[in-house]
Each structure stands twice: as C-alpha cells, then as structure tokens.
Design a protein around this ligand. Structure first.
Ligand code: HEC
Length: 135
C-alpha cells in the first residue's frame, strides 16, 4: 500500500499544476513579490491590502479599480485566473470588510473592464478612499 502513496500524490499535484493552478499559487507567483505573502505590501510604495482591499468593492468604481490597477490589468493571468486571484485576495486579506452580498469577480466582468490599465492610480485610489470614509 505504502509504496503507491507517493507517486499518486506526485501525479495529483502535477496534473493540478498543469491544468489550473490554485489561486494561492498564482498569487505567490505573480503578485507576492510586491504585495508580500501576508498582503502587507511595502510602506511608501505598495499599499497594504490588509483590511482595505475588501472595502474597495463596496464603493462605486472600486471593483473596476481592483481589476484595472497595472498589477492586475497587465499581469500575464487569463481573465478567469485574475478573477480567481482577486477573489482569493479579498477573502484572505479583507474578510472582515467584505459585504455579505459580495459578488465574486468572474472572467466576464474582468474581460469587460480590464483594459486599458489605469495610467493614473494615485488620484483614483485617493478618490475611492474618500468615498469609503464618507460612508
Ligand atoms: C511590481 C510590483 C507589483 C506587482 C508584481 C503586483 N502589484 Fe498590485 N500593486 C502594486 C502597487 C504599487 C499598487 C498601488 C497602485 C498602483 O500604483 O498601481 C498595487 C495595487 C494593487 C491593487 C489595489 C489595492 C490598493 O489598495 O490600491 C490590487 C487589487 C492589486 N495591486 C492586485 C495585484 C495582483 C492581482 C497582482 C498579481 C497578478 C499584483 N497586484 C502584482 C504593485 C504591484
């Protein structure tokens, strides 16, 4: 019995990687370099996702912002994978802020708003943050 366990695990993980990589792995490969494993970012250059990413989805324009920031929009991820990674990030880093009626991103929404990437993120981000404060 024992002899077969390891190959079975290897095959399962290999086929898993070959087809659909899990959202945490996609995050690790494509986003974590800047956003860090715990979403805390780099003070002064990469904003923390912790306790704020979930708040963006509550204000008008916020969903679009999350898809159109260059890190999202210009990533090599397919629309479907980008949707999965964003859902993962929201659930992992901002769970307390996610409204109970949160509609997860899907490939269709990502495809519709993804391009062009935002060229000016700073002012858009600031406007969204003040919209959150005003709520
Ligand atoms: C080269 C560094 C870098 C990488 C890699 C990166 N990002 Fe970002 N990300 C940023 C910066 C900087 C910001 C702040 C907005 C801006 O100026 O683009 C940001 C902002 C964001 C935001 C909005 C959060 C906020 O509080 O403004 C989201 C969502 C996001 N990134 C998603 C992603 C995803 C998804 C990936 C991986 C597919 C990714 N990023 C990879 C640097 C990066």
């Amino acid at each position: 019995m024992k002899r077969f366990a390891l190959p079975a695990i290897l095959v399962a993980s290999w086929t898993g990687l070959a087809h659909a990589e899990s959202a945490p792995i996609l995050y690790m490969l494509h986003c974590q370099g800047c956003h860090l494993a715990d979403g805390s970012g780099k003070p002064g250059s990469v904003p923390s996702l912790v306790d704020s990413i979930g708040r963006f989805v509550r204000v008008p324009g916020g969903r679009e912002y999350l898809v159109r920031v260059p890190g999202s929009s210009q990533s090599p991820l397919s629309d479907e994978d980008l949707a999965r990674v964003l859902n993962y990030m929201i659930r992992s880093f901002g769970p307390a802020d996610v409204a109970s009626d949160f509609q997860p991103f899907d490939a269709e929404e990502v495809a519709r708003v993804r391009r062009p990437p935002l060229s000016e993120t700073e002012s858009v981000r600031r406007a969204l943050l003040s919209a959150m404060e005003a709520r």
